[in-house]
Design a binder for this molecule. Structure first.
Ligand code: ATP
Length: 251
């Protein structure tokens, strides 16, 4: 599991994440919901190592992640996507996956020179894997197009394929439904479920409650930097504190 133990982070006087302890199981798709400013994105940034907690610690399968930089956390098997995807726009869709792979040995001159055969073989394997993943996320027909030409929903699928080049154990998804048309959203949901069926855990920040109640259990509700309620959709729906938190957010 991915565990946060008493983590806190503040921007100046504002405690964006305030003494949060949570355990996210690999065999669950957990939703992280809450009104604007609840601290969800800050919590993701802490889990993925983009921000460092001012107190507390984070563990993945019992191993402390807190001291590690983001790329080392990714190597350990904790991947994240962004609310607004950030592909390398000039590179092709396929190349975006290749740069995400463990290494690109062909770029290292001596490796290429001394071990040409092995390097070529590895590159061939990576390309094969990238093509399989593009097929999986239904982007195979766009493999050679520049990534910047993809729609918002297609970029989210590309991000998903990109992090799967690493075979993560846990994936943090930031608003997979935001700005995505219903047909593509259905593809995204099905792919999440298929990936999860292979034993990979998910934590999903999402405002689309229909999506949350359809595929997530448990649901964690945050408000003002703290965990308000944690439980099934039924538990969360009927909790007056949750209703209060959302009404408080209304204009
Ligand atoms: P949303 O659903 O709107 O994305 P959220 O639950 O993800 O909200 P955060 O973005 O984590 O919430 O923000 C938590 C609090 O920290 C908010 O009060 C926000 O204004 C503040 N905050 C976030 N980022 C910064 C920053 N870089 N500098 C200062 N304050 C910030």
């Amino acid at each position: 599991m991915l565990e946060a133990r008493h983590i806190s982070f503040g921007y100046d006087a504002l405690k964006a994440v305030d003494d949060v302890s949570l355990a996210f199981a690999f065999d669950r798709i957990t939703a992280l919901i809450g009104p604007n400013g609840a601290g969800k994105t800050t919590l993701f940034n802490l889990l993925a190592g983009a921000l460092k907690p001012q107190s507390g610690e984070i563990l993945l399968a019992g191993e402390a992640l807190t001291p590690l930089p983001p790329h080392a956390i990714f190597q350990r098997g904790l991947a994240r996507t962004f609310q607004i995807p950030r592909p390398f726009g000039q590179l092709s869709v396929l190349e975006n996956l290749l740069v995400a792979a463990d290494e690109t040995p062909g770029e290292r001159f001596y490796d290429g020179w001394l071990r040409g055969g092995a390097v070529k073989r590895r590159e061939r394997q990576l390309t094969e894997r990238a093509r399989e993943l593009l097929d999986f996320v239904t982007l195979d027909h766009l493999a050679d197009e520049p990534a910047r030409t993809l729609s918002g929903g297609q970029q989210k699928l590309l991000e998903l394929a990109r992090i799967l080049m690493k075979e993560p154990r846990m994936i943090l998804l930031d608003e997979p439904a935001a700005g995505v048309n219903p047909a593509l959203l259905q593809v995204i949901v099905e792919r999440i479920e298929k990936i999860h069926a292979r034993g990979i855990g998910f934590v999903i920040i999402e405002h689309n409650i229909d999506l949350v109640t359809r595929i997530c259990d448990p649901i964690v509700v945050m408000a003002e930097g703290r965990v308000l309620v944690e439980g099934s959709a039924e538990t969360v729906r009927n909790d007056p504190r949750v209703i209060d938190a959302y009404l408080g957010d209304a204009p």
